[in-house]
Design a protein around this ligand. Structure first.
Ligand SMILES: Cc1cc2nc3c(=O)[nH]c(=O)nc-3n(C[C@H](O)[C@H](O)[C@H](O)COP(=O)(O)O)c2cc1C
Length: 234
């Protein structure tokens, strides 16, 4: 396997994609991502890893412009208020909201866990029993995920893996993106409940994400700390 890897080309493609990706502020509103390419981006999310394989999130895609408008007032990180534009909300080809599962479904003794292990992961009873013990210890002792809120935060950490994979996959296809945490939680939860039936006891909006094609090149060049400031090898 190792000998088969054509590394140089792939290395270049990876670095090119990461260099190309930036937090796009305004997309070309007329440029739509072909659905088969968006399906690949969604598949990158679906195939992403998650702790214990619990897949503790859902992604709500706001296809309709009217639905996006519901979030406009309090989504300051994507409504263009910061730069006097229409923002990502109105210009993105595709726009989604990641919903992190809370303790209602992800606590070790929630019925959902057993259903997931049985029906999705297709595990035999003895492996499920092992999982149950290990998952309970993980939540109660190892990581101290004792409240529904703490479990939602753990779920959100799994969300960010899928989010990153989506944005990188998009960049590899020349598609721009922006992760968005710039929103007020309480009104977002209220809109999600009222218009989409998302119960805040079951799901917590973690992060939004926009995809499309940049309207213009980024104003600022990418800045990052040098490698020796972030990596310590011993
Ligand atoms: C979790 C997360 C949340 C972010 N929220 C917003 C946001 O609400 N609005 C926005 O325009 N950019 C947002 N950004 C973009 C960051 O500001 C940006 O990634 C960072 O400044 C680095 O720039 P670059 O992504 O262009 O390399 C967010 C980034 C991350 C990872």
């Amino acid at each position: 396997m190792k000998d088969m890897l054509p590394t140089a080309d792939i290395q270049n493609q990876i670095i090119d994609a990461f260099t190309f990706r930036h937090a796009c502020k305004v997309f070309d509103p007329d440029a739509k991502i072909p659905e088969d390419q968006f399906a690949t981006i969604l598949e990158a999310a679906r195939l992403s890893p998650s702790s214990f394989g619990m897949e503790p999130w859902q992604l709500l895609i706001l296809d309709s412009p009217d639905k996006r408008e519901l979030f406009r007032d309090f989504t300051w990180g994507a409504n263009g208020a910061a730069n006097g534009s229409e923002g990502q909300l109105r210009t993105a080809s595709h726009f989604g909201i990641f919903l992190a599962h809370t303790g209602a479904t992800m606590k070790y003794d929630a019925p959902y866990i057993n259903t997931h292990l049985k029906e999705v992961k297709d595990l035999p009873e003895e492996v499920i029993a092992f999982y149950d013990t290990a998952y309970r210890k993980f939540q109660e002792q190892d990581f101290g995920l004792l409240t529904s809120e703490q479990i939602a935060e753990w779920s959100a950490r799994q969300v960010y893996i899928a989010l990153g994979n989506m944005m990188t996959s998009a960049a590899l296809m020349g598609i721009d993106s922006c992760p968005i945490e710039g929103f007020e939680l309480a009104p977002a939860q209220a809109v999600l409940q009222e218009h989409f039936g998302v119960d805040p006891a079951e799901y917590k909006p973690a992060v939004m994400v926009a995809f499309g094609y940049r309207a213009a090149d980024p104003v600022h060049p990418k800045t990052r700390r040098p490698l020796d400031m972030i990596i310590r090898r011993v």
